[in-house]
Design a protein around this ligand. Sequence first.
Ligand code: MG
Length: 378
Amino acid sequence: MLAQFAVGVEDSRGRRHPEPQHPYRNEFQRDRDRVIHARAFRRLENKTQVFTRRYSDHFRNRLTHTIEVAQISRTIAAQLGLNVDLAEALALAHDIGHPPFGHAGEKALDAAMRAYGHSFDHNLHALRIVEDFEQRYAAFRGLNLTFEVREGIIKHSRDYAAPEYPGLAEYLLDLRPPLEAQIIDLTDEIGYDTADLDDGYEARILRLEAIRSGVSIFDRFYRAAEAQYANVSEKLKFNEALRHTLDRMVSDLISNTQTRIEAAEIKSLQEVREYRERLAGFSPAVEAERREAKAFLHENLYFSAVLNPEKVQAEKIVGELFDYFLKARGALPRSYQENSRREPLPVVVCDYIAGMTDNYILEQHARLCSQKTSAGNA
Ligand code: MG
């Protein structure tokens, strides 16, 4: 049973190109399945989340991170009475616009674009992927997703000001997104905060004592694990503390969002959209703990000196390949050469590079730019 404020599949504004109904899958289930079968989705397997393959084969990549976010989102959506199929489709799509090499790749691509008066934004790129680049259907370009999935891809993590983004006018920029989209940014953060503590600890970049003194939510649960399991290994106590940390964040997000929905007397999807702010959120206490964990990860992991060489490498490779294709349009695949007749060349080159996996960009760089670089990359 869906809550009154959930997105009912019968409320959907539909697809750009009308299609006959499927006999037993609803429209949001079809969209979820279309995302899973997309090429851009499969490429997530070879895109860095935080750690490159140099560290371990069992650390998260962007695909396994995405699967974790989908799992958390399904749990939260079901508990709040939201549309689980829509939430799952949005979770599975939430990172498909990411370029290779994680945050460093995104930063490098944005810097390259800014030199030509453009910019790179992974949400806008994700929309281009599902609207245009994926070519699976004879009748139209893109995946022909429902309005609600396209809207959620754009609006799940930030607000875009209507005057600055006239091209996004159809996505109701002056209104809040449905709760199914609002939870995605928060489940994304629950997913990566806990996962990055886990992988950072296993990589021996984050030491237990540092985590305990910098992340109080974790420390509380670690104390409890020590009291309950005195004789197990540190790693098992670590796991206990981490799973309770994740559970506390998820449970708090559910209960606090429920409380806010009730306090605001929200009875319909339209009221969710028209409410003055997003309704999904943590309680003040857990919000403070979340911020503390995030600040700890920024200082000790994301901006740590240990990960710096790979960042420098990512920026160099993205930057050099971008410059190469600007001078050698003929080296682009034919479809991108065709696009460059309709769109500025830097935009087309950016689209091409953003779609690359870590492996592929390394290969392309070695093949096309190797004469300019020294051998022996890490
Ligand atoms: Mg993510």
